[in-house]
Structure formats: structure tokens, C-alpha cells
Ligand binder design. Structure first.
Ligand code: 5GP
Length: 190
């Protein structure tokens, strides 16, 4: 089948089938871990909504969802770790089990901020499900309770991840050709 945006991509890292299989495995694990517990999945807009929707449908215990939107200060290449909440939780998470659902963990600064932010709201617990992680880029120790895949130190798009708002609807995870963003600040000197 013809891959959407194929001419802009260098390598396809994970296919639709590989993603679906991994998401189902994660869903089964989460279902077992949260059986009988009030679980709220908190997705981070915009990138995580694709992963959130698929992961949630593979969970076989009652679960609710909420969404937060954040904006990071600083350019992509110098993530400051200072994060502003642009859209807060709609419901209280007090005494509930919170599962933060993130698209990709790069330096880990955003995720660490979100974990602290949720912990301050007196939940029963806070865990993290991330679709992708770039271990070589982590600048802080990150808590990744459920992880889809590790990716190399390259700029990836698809399955919700964009570059300048494009490529989110690509059903695979792929490396974007560097010439697409040449001359721009994002992404950085990877
Ligand atoms: P961190 O705070 O971990 O450095 O930044 C995480 C955020 O950076 C992600 O939620 C995502 O928005 C963005 N990001 C990091 N790496 C990539 C990448 O390879 N591709 C895309 N599209 N976004 C990325």
C-alpha cells in the first residue's frame, strides 16, 4: 500500500500492525494492573490523542479520561523544562489512580513536570504510559511504567506526532528526512 507522505520520510520505524500489537499488549498489562481500581487516563494534547484512543479501547476495566494541554517555554532544541498548563484537568483526580498518557519522551522534562503536577492533586497513584521514548536524549530520570517502543535520536513523526502540524495522520511511526526541517529551529541538531 502507498505510504502517505512517503517522499518526506527516511525510515519507517514501526508499522501499523506493530503499533496495534504493542498497544494491545500494553492494554492487557494495564487492565491486569488496575482491576478494581478507579483509573483516569490523562492524555496530553495534541500528540497523545491517537495513542490514548487506541490504548483506552484495549483496556478491559472501567476507565475514564481527561485531557491537558501544555506549552513548553524555550525552543525545541533547548527545552527549558518550564511548562505552562494551557488546558487543565476537567475533573478532580483526588483519590483516583492517574495514568498520564504521553506521545514521546525526549529530554523527559515535560513528563517530570506533569508527574509532579498530578501528584500535587492528591491522587491514589500516578503512573505513566508513553508510546515512544528516546533514551539517549533523557536529561532527567523519567518514570516510564508502560512504554510502547524506544526510538533513536532522530526526529520522528506519525501516529499523532507532527512536524509543523503535518504528519499526525500518518498511521506509522517514521523518521522525517532532515531536509524537511533544514534551516528551522525544530527539530534540533540531532
Ligand atoms: P521533552 O520535555 O521530553 O523534551 O519533550 C517532549 C515533547 O517534545 C513531546 O511531547 C513532543 O511534543 C516533542 N518531541 C520530542 N521528540 C520529538 C520527535 O521526535 N518528534 C516529534 N514530532 N515531537 C517530538
Amino acid at each position: 500500500m502507498k505510504v502517505l507522505y512517503r517522499e518526506d520520510l527516511s525510515t519507517i520505524l514501526y508499522t501499523e500492525t506493530q503499533i496495534a500489537t504493542r498497544v494491545a499488549e500494553m492494554g492487557a498489562q494495564i487492565s491486569a494492573d488496575y482491576d478494581g481500581k478507579p483509573l483516569v487516563m490523562v492524555g496530553v494534547l495534541n500528540g497523545a490523542v491517537f495513542f490514548l484512543a487506541d490504548l483506552m479501547r484495549s483496556i478491559r476495566v472501567p476507565v475514564s479520561m481527561d485531557l491537558v494541554a501544555i506549552s513548553s517555554y524555550g525552543s525545541y532544541s533547548s527545552t527549558s523544562g518550564v511548562v505552562r498548563i494551557m488546558k487543565d484537568l476537567d475533573e478532580s483526580v483526588e483519590s483516583k489512580h492517574v495514568l498520564i498518557v504521553e506521545d514521546i519522551v525526549d529530554t523527559g522534562l515535560t513528563l517530570n513536570y506533569l508527574v509532579d503536577y498530578m501528584r500535587a492533586r492528591n491522587p491514589a497513584s500516578v503512573k505513566v504510559a508513553a508510546m515512544l521514548s528516546k533514551p539517549s536524549r533523557h536529561r532527567v530520570k523519567v518514570q516510564l511504567d508502560y512504554l510502547g517502543f524506544e526510538v533513536p535520536d532522530e526526529f520522528v513523526v506519525g501516529y499523532g506526532l507532527d512536524y509543523a502540524q503535518r504528519y499526525r495522520n500518518l498511521p506509522v511511526v517514521a523518521v522525517l528526512k532532515p531536509e524537511i526541517y533544514a534551516g528551522h529551529d525544530t527539530p534540533p541538531n540531532l
